[in-house]
Design a protein around this ligand. Structure first.
Ligand SMILES: Cc1ncc(COP(=O)(O)O)c(C=O)c1O
Length: 446
C-alpha cells in the first residue's frame, strides 16, 4: 500500500476536494479487460468500470490501436473551423445505432455535462420555450446547466447559486421508495398523475421545451421506472409539444442489455444525450437529435475547440466495433440476468438486502437497516465496499446505500462469478460485525 498511500497523501495537498468522493486509497497503475493494477502491484477485479465509462474494458487492444494510429496521424484540428473523417464516420455510426427511424444529426462535446447543457439549449432553440423539466434525484453533471438539472445531492448545489432559471423538478417514479407512498402493481401511477397535476397548477405545459429523463436513474441507485410511466409521459409530452430527451450518459452503449436504456420502454426520444462509454474512456460526448430539431440552432451556439477530437472519435468508432463484434449488448443482458438471479438468492439469506434492481449489467443492490422501514444502510454499504476492496474487488455504492454493479461488459463468466463471491463474503463479514467502524473514516462514497 506504500506507493498508493504516498500518492493519496500528495493528492490531498494539491487537488480540490470538490472533485472526488473517496472510497479507498487506490491509485491506478494499469488496467486490462476487467482488471485494474494499483501502484503497489495489487490486482483488482473492477465492478465500477470507471463509473460505467469502460464498457469495452480497460485498454481494449482495438481501442488502443485506434487511439495510437489516430494520434500518430493528427491529434486534433478543431471541427469548429475544419472537417475530419473520424468525426463524420462517427456521426454516421451514431445515427445508425440510436433508436428512431428518421433523419438525425449529431453535435459533439467533451463530457456528459456539456451534452446536458447542449440539450437544454437545443430544446429551447427549437421550441422557443424556456422551461425544462428534470427529475428529483437525477444526476446530470457539473456544469451550470447540468448541475441545475441534477437534484441528488445538496452539496453539489450548495454555495454555488444562482443556478439556471426555468428548470423544474418532478418526482422520479421510484417503485421501491415511492414518493407517493404506493406499491407498484397496486398503484394508479400517481407519479404520472402528478405530471398532469403540475401542468394544471404550476408548470404551464406550453412553456415547457423538454423533459430530460435518465431512462434508468443511475446515481439515485439504479431506479428503473415502470414502462407505463415512460410511455404515458412521452404521450403527455407529445400532446403538449414538449420534446422528450433520453439522458443516456450512464445507461447507454450496451450497459443495460440494449444499445440504449430508453429501448426498454418502447418509445422514441427526440434527443439522446450520450457520454461516458461512448469512447471507452477518451473524452467525448454527443447529442443525437431529429434533424429538424438540430437545424434550429446556429453556430456558435454549441461548439468546443476540443469537441469531436479525432482521437476520441477513433476510440468511439473502435468502441462501437468492439461492442458489435463481441456481442456485448447481448452479453450485458445475459450476464446481467445471471447476476440479478444471484443477488436475489443472496437477498433470501441476507436481511441487509432490501431490493435488487436493474437491467443488463447496470444493477443496484439496495442495502437497508430494516426491510419494513427501508431505511438506507449507509454504514453497512460502506463497509461492504471496503471489505470487497480488501478482497480484491473494486466495488462502490451510491445514494448512501446502493451497491453499484456496473463491470466492464467484456467481463468473463468466471470473473463475474468471482466478483459475486467476494460480495457474498463481504456481506457475511459485515453482517457478522467483522468489519470495524474505523473504515468509515476512509470510505465516504455518496
Ligand atoms: C447520468 C449521468 N449524466 C451525466 C453525467 C455527467 O457526465 P460527465 O461526468 O462526463 O460530465 C453523469 C456522470 O456521472 C451521469 O451519470
Amino acid at each position: 500500500m506504500e506507493k498508493c498511500l504516498a500518492i493519496v497523501a500528495a493528492d490531498k495537498e494539491v487537488l480540490s476536494p470538490a472533485s472526488r468522493m473517496p472510497y479507498y486509497p487506490l491509485a491506478v497503475r494499469s488496467g486490462h479487460g476487467s482488471t485494474v493494477v494499483d501502484a503497489d502491484g495489487n490486482e483488482y477485479l473492477d465492478f465500477l468500470a470507471s463509473a460505467a465509462a469502460l464498457n469495452t474494458g480497460h485498454a481494449h487492444p482495438k481501442v488502443v490501436k485506434a487511439v495510437q494510429e489516430q494520434a500518430a496521424r493528427f491529434i486534433h484540428y478543431t471541427p469548429a473551423y475544419m472537417y475530419h473523417e473520424p468525426l463524420v464516420h462517427l456521426a454516421q455510426a451514431l445515427v445508425r445505432i440510436t433508436p428512431g427511424d428518421f433523419p438525425k444529426q449529431v453535435a459533439f462535446g467533451l463530457s456528459g455535462s456539456d451534452a446536458n447543457d447542449g440539450a437544454i439549449k437545443l430544446a429551447r432553440a427549437y421550441t422557443g420555450r424556456p422551461k425544462i423539466i428534470s427529475f428529483i434525484r437525477s444526476y446530470h453533471g457539473s456544469t451550470y446547466g447540468s448541475i441545475t438539472l441534477s437534484a441528488v445531492s445538496l452539496n453539489m448545489r450548495r454555495k454555488i447559486g444562482p443556478l439556471l432559471p426555468e428548470v423544474e423538478h418532478i418526482p422520479y417514479p421510484d417503485c421501491y421508495r415511492c414518493p407517493f407512498g404506493q406499491q407498484h402493481g397496486s398503484c394508479s401511477l400517481e407519479c404520472l398523475e402528478y405530471v398532469r397535476f403540475a401542468f394544471a397548477n404550476y408548470i404551464p405545459p406550453d412553456e415547457v421545451a423538454a423533459v430530460i429523463m435518465e431512462p434508468i436513474q443511475g446515481d439515485a441507485g439504479i431506479v428503473v421506472p415502470p414502462v407505463e410511466y415512460v410511455k404515458g409521459l412521452v404521450k403527455l409530452c407529445r400532446e403538449h409539444g414538449i420534446l422528450f430527451v433520453s439522458e443516456e450518459v450512464q445507461q447507454g452503449f450496451g450497459r443495460t442489455g440494449r444499445w440504449f436504456g430508453i429501448e426498454h420502454f418502447d418509445v422514441e426520444p427526440d434527443i439522446l444525450i450520450l457520454g461516458k462509454a461512448i469512447a471507452s474512456g477518451m473524452p467525448l460526448s454527443a447529442l443525437v437529435a431529429r434533424k429538424e430539431i438540430m437545424q434550429a440552432w446556429e453556430a456558435p451556439a454549441h461548439l468546443f475547440t476540443m469537441g469531436g477530437n479525432p482521437v476520441s472519435c477513433a476510440a468511439a468508432l473502435a468502441t462501437i466495433e468492439v461492442i458489435e463484434e463481441e456481442n456485448l449488448v447481448e452479453r450485458s443482458r445475459t450476464l446481467g440476468e445471471q447476476a440479478m438471479a444471484r443477488f436475489r438468492e443472496l437477498a433470501g439469506r441476507y436481511e441487509l438486502i432490501g431490493d435488487v434492481r436493474g437491467r443488463g449489467l447496470s444493477i443496484g443492490v439496495d442495502l437497508v437497516t430494516s426491510r419494513a422501514t427501508r431505511e438506507r444502510a449507509y454504514k453497512e454499504a460502506a463497509k461492504v465496499c471496503y471489505r470487497a476492496w480488501e478482497k480484491g474487488l473494486l466495488l462502490s455504492f451510491f445514494s448512501n446505500s446502493v451497491l453499484r454493479i456496473q463491470p466492464p461488459l467484456v467481463i468473463t463468466d468466471a470473473e463475474l462469478e468471482r466478483g459475486l463471491n467476494i460480495i457474498e463474503e463481504a456481506l457475511a463479514d459485515v453482517t457478522a460485525g467483522r468489519v470495524p467502524d474505523e473504515v468509515l473514516e476512509t470510505v465516504k462514497g455518496w
